[in-house]
Design a protein around this ligand. Structure first.
Ligand SMILES: [Zn+2]
Length: 460
């Protein structure tokens, strides 16, 4: 049996599509066969499988498990929960691979699959190879089996193991009806302090709002709760619990790079001089503050699989992205777990003497644009980056970093232009110490785009 997957579902970091249209039950079975074949041919025997709270997830999980067992593998079914719980299962059950059925933060009609093998992400060329294998129908065949292996209770215990008790806090939580809801209820029941839960019941129709905490309007409900209940902070998760959103006691958002600075201090006290990684979209504040605390800041490419790989290579104990994937290797496994990140943050705040608002205000204040995304033809996007890079290199008084796109550091601050790995989109961001500097940076970036024949985005 062979199966040609819709080419749009095979993405850079995962598989994702519209259920019943681009991503069907048969397609997911074929993905199970193809992934299972890759694992089996590499000598693997066991795979852990989990699924998120989407309406289509149980059915797709079944199809996936059938595909994997048909390759002769033993499948441990950990059930419904957040993506980090599945990653946790691959460690404690010591499996050769892990597969999560999840559409992450996307609308209800979507679903997808995230895969890992031997603790590393399965992405890029791995996913292309999987598609080719499915199209050929070149599958391993064997008689595997599946077993129910719930890990939710152990997972919560593991999260709690790194909690340090201090002053009890008042916390508002919003898992957005996503897959972390149930685990979260068990977690907060064991934590001291007062906890206000919003949208904690898992509901794949996402009735309250989109489960994406990196879009500020999705935090409105949490902001209201933090202010109304006078909470010390608010914490939100995305649909599958691998990304975090944090609000201080005044309802102000702490973006991924700010959060990293606050989380890094404890790590650097324990492991002085270690490398802390952030992606190219991160504020200069991150790089300056990590250095000031005696750490080695490292700027790396955007994309959670790429950050994870760099982390393994450098032995960095902490890494994170603006998109709020935060990876702790310090005392933990090194995968992106928003619940674990929350536990670490609560420990820092409870045992410290500063509120999250104070910590936030103590960071150097910058003016910056959010991440601006605008369309650019797929066949032009990488050329545009190269043209811009060649031009800015000849400018005086600038430092050019080409690690992922072009990041230009100058007197006024910095600007970034990079091509999305997953869409026909360019991404821009600028940051300066003041408004006048920021407008000059926007102007410089717009000029570069025009010279490459593109209309600059509306910087707002
Ligand atoms: Zn996610």
């Amino acid at each position: 049996m062979s199966f040609v997957l819709d080419p749009t579902v095979l993405r850079e970091y995962d598989i994702r599509g519209i259920v019943g249209e681009t991503l069907t039950r048969d397609g997911v079975y074929a993905i199970g066969r193809a992934f299972g074949t890759i694992v089996a041919r590499d000598g693997g025997k066991t795979v852990a499988v989990g699924y998120d709270g989407r309406l289509s997830s149980p059915e797709l999980e079944e199809a996936l498990v059938s595909g994997l067992t048909a390759c002769g593998l033993t499948v441990y079914r950990v059930g419904l929960g957040p993506t980090p719980m599945l990653y946790y299962a691959t460690h404690v059950l010591d499996t050769d691979a892990g597969v999560m059925v999840t559409g992450s933060h996307n609308p209800p009609e979507y679903n997808g699959i995230k895969m890992s093998r031997r603790g590393s992400s399965f992405y890029g060329d791995d996913i292309k190879a999987l598609g080719a294998l499915a199209a050929k129908g070149d599958f391993e065949t064997g008689e595997g089996e599946s077993q129910h292996r719930p890990v939710a209770d152990d997972y919560v215990k593991r999260l709690l193991r790194d909690f340090r008790e201090g002053t009890p806090l008042k916390v508002a939580w919003d898992p957005g009806n996503g897959a972390a809801g149930e685990v979260l209820q068990n977690l907060v029941a064991a934590l001291p302090g007062r906890h206000v839960l919003l949208n904690e019941n898992i509901d794949g129709t996402f009735p309250a709002h989109h489960p994406d905490p990196t879009v500020e309007k999705n935090l409105d409900q949490l902001k209201d709760a933090v202010r109304r209940e006078r909470c010390d902070l608010g914490i939100a998760f995305d649909g599958d619990g691998d990304r975090i959103g944090v609000l201080d006691g005044r309802g102000r958002v702490l973006w991924g790079d700010q959060l990293m600075v606050i989380l890094a201090r404890e790590v650097l006290e324990d492991l002085p001089g270690s490398t802390i990684i952030a992606d190219v979209k991160a504020s200069q504040v991150f790089f300056d503050e990590i250095k000031r605390m005696g750490g080695k800041p490292l700027m790396w490419k955007t994309g959670h699989s790429l950050i994870k790989a760099k982390m393994a290579e450098t032995g960095a104990p902490l890494a994170g992205e603006m998109s709020a994937h935060i990876f702790f290797k310090h005392r933990y496994y090194g995968f992106d777990d928003a619940l674990y990140t929350a536990v670490r943050l609560l420990s820092i705040l409870g045992t410290g003497d500063e509120s999250l608002s104070d910590l936030r205000d103590r960071l150097p204040q910058m003016v910056n644009t959010p991440e601006l995304r605008f369309g650019c033809p797929e066949d032009r996007k990488f050329d545009v980056i190269e043209e811009v890079r060649d031009r800015v290199k000849t400018l005086e008084g600038v430092e050019v970093n080409g690690i992922d796109g072009v990041r230009v550091l100058c007197e006024d601050g910095w600007w970034l232009l990079r091509a999305s790995n997953t869409q026909a989109v360019l991404v821009a961001r600028c940051e300066s110490k003041n408004e006048a500097g920021l407008s000059r940076l926007k102007e410089a970036l717009s000029r570069q785009l025009r010279q490459s024949g593109l209309e600059p985005p509306d910087f707002g």
